[in-house]
Structures are given as C-alpha cells and as structure tokens.
Design a protein around this ligand. Structure first.
Ligand code: NAP
Length: 259
C-alpha cells in the first residue's frame, strides 16, 4: 500500500531512539523528508545517518530539549511548515505520589502536555491553510488504564488527551487529523528502566521481571519500535484522513476492556 505521503515533510520529536525513531524510520520508508530531534547529539546524528542511508531521504538532526522554548524554537526553525508532526518526549519517572512536589508535576506537565500543545499551536494553522496535516502524539496506554507507579504520566498525558479530543474535531474538515498513539509495553530503553525500577522494588533480577512482564501480555511478547512506527506512518497517510481524535492502543491486547 502506497501511503501517499512521498515528499511530505515531518517533524519527529525525541527520535534518536525507541518509539520516536521507529516513527521516523517508517515515515522515511514512505519517502517523507524528516527533521528529527533529541537532546544527545551523537545518537541523534547516528540515527539520522542510518535513516538517510536506508531510505535515501533528507534527514536533518536538531539537537535540543523539546520540552524547553529554545528546543522547540530550534526544531521549528528547521521545520517551520511540517505536513506531519509526531509529538514525543521522555516520560516522567515512576515513584510514589507522596514524593512528588509542585516541581515534579510541572516538569511532567511541561513535557507530556504543554510541549505537544505548543508544537500543535505552532503548526496547525499552516496545515489547515495547506489542506493537509497529520499530527500524532505518542502518549501511553496509561491514559486508558492507569499504571500505579506512573502517576505523573497518568495525570499529565490525560490533560493532553482531553485537549486533543476537542481540537481534533475542529481541524478534520481541513484534512488535518490529530490522533494519539498509546504504546503498551514496547521494549525500548524507557521500558527497560521501568523494569529495572520494578526489579529493585521487588528484589528480583531484571530478567525475571522482564519474563513475567512479557508473559502478562496476551501477545506473549513486548512490542517493537518498528511495528509502532508503521502504525504511526499509517495514521500519517493520505488514506487516514477520516481518523481523528482517536486514542489508539498498540499493546498486544494488554488492555482488558471490550472498548
Ligand atoms: P526511549 O527509548 O527512552 O527514547 C526516548 C527518546 O526521546 C530518545 O531519543 C531521547 O533522546 C529522546 N528524548 C527524551 N527526552 C527528550 C527531550 N526532553 N527532548 C528531546 N528528546 C528527548 O523511550 P521510548 O520507549 O521510545 O518512549 C517514548 C515515549 O513513549 C515516552 O514518553 C514514554 O514514556 C512513552 N511510553 C513508552 C512505553 C514503552 O513501552 N516503551 C510505554 C508507554 C509510554 P535523548 O535522551 O538524547 O534526548
């Protein structure tokens, strides 16, 4: 299936590793030109080069913290009029809510709610004017089924989800869709560090915790950044113009609800 987005421009945030990288690579395979961001320059440059070599598309790497005004300004300067925006940033740390003060909450809200809203605000009117736009926010299955130790994520991402639910219905008539992609358990550095936290809490080895976690997933395994990326690419396709305001799980059947 040709996704009909060859030659489009995408800004993919937090994309040197993990799910952001998966999205960037899948879009590049469809012929999309990329601007990718992350804080660490070396890994980001390496990813940009890997994608360029594999897909033969233009990939610009912009090193910076996307959760800061400076980081967003740099990313937008490199890609002022994207056709596709993939919002992503690191997730908040796990812990007990009794240990979190205002500063921890503001950091989580900044990264996982206000940063994507700021970036949407910066690009959505241009997309509307050009009559094409695809915005995908990487959130979490925690939006549908909260993860007890990830209270900061449960809370901050729910704020983004509520905002997007309203806006996505106002842009779709202009062929601009906004959707949230909800990862369940995808084996990346982020999940590894969460599993290490659980292992310490439970006094078990990382391998033991990893095996138990995988067995609990109906698919019997963790997801991969590649399959996550391909789902994202479909949401960014020309064909996906009638999908907006949705919260789409990619979790190997882990969410137990009927709907
Ligand atoms: P990951 O493998 O740790 O990769 C995170 C990527 O984001 C890296 O490229 C990292 O590079 C970049 N990054 C982090 N903070 C950034 C910032 N402030 N500015 C710019 N780039 C930043 O994580 P992941 O598993 O792909 O997770 C992506 C998102 O999905 C996170 O919000 C995570 O909480 C969420 N999520 C993941 C899972 C899962 O199972 N993996 C499940 C639910 C939700 P630098 O560190 O160099 O900046």
């Amino acid at each position: 299936m040709d996704l009909g987005i060859r030659g489009k421009r995408a800004l993919v945030c937090a994309a040197s590793k993990g799910l952001g990288k998966g999205c960037a690579a899948s879009l590049a395979r469809e012929g999309v030109e990329l601007v990718i961001t992350a804080r660490g320059r070396d890994a980001l440059e390496a990813t940009a080069e890997e994608i360029r070599e594999a897909c033969g598309v233009k990939v610009a790497a912009v090193a910076g913290d996307i959760t800061t005004p400076e980081g967003r300004a740099q990313a937008l300067a490199a890609c002022p009029a994207p056709d596709i925006l993939v919002n992503n940033a690191g997730g908040p740390p796990p812990g007990d809510f009794r240990q979190w003060g205002r500063e921890e909450w503001l950091k989580a809200i900044e990264a996982n709610m206000l940063t994507p809203i700021e970036l949407i605000k910066a690009v959505v009117d241009g997309m509307i004017a050009r009559k094409f736009g695809r915005i995908v926010n990487i959130t979490s299955s925690a939006v549908k089924a909260p993860i007890p130790e990830l209270g900061l994520s449960n809370g901050a991402r729910s704020g983004l989800t509520g905002f997007v639910a309203g806006l996505a219905r106002r842009t779709v008539a202009h062929n601009v869709t906004i959707n949230n992609l909800l990862p369940g358990r995808m084996w990346t550095d982020r999940l590894k560090s969460n599993a290490e936290y659980s292992a310490r809490q439970q006094g078990k080895s990382l391998d033991e915790v990893k095996e138990t976690m995988a067995k609990q997933i109906p698919a019997g395994r963790f997801g991969t950044p590649e399959e996550f990326g391909d789902y994202c690419a479909y949401l960014c396709s020309a064909q996906a113009s009638y999908v907006t305001g949705q919260n789409l799980l990619i979790d190997g059947g882990n969410y137990p609800g009927t709907f």
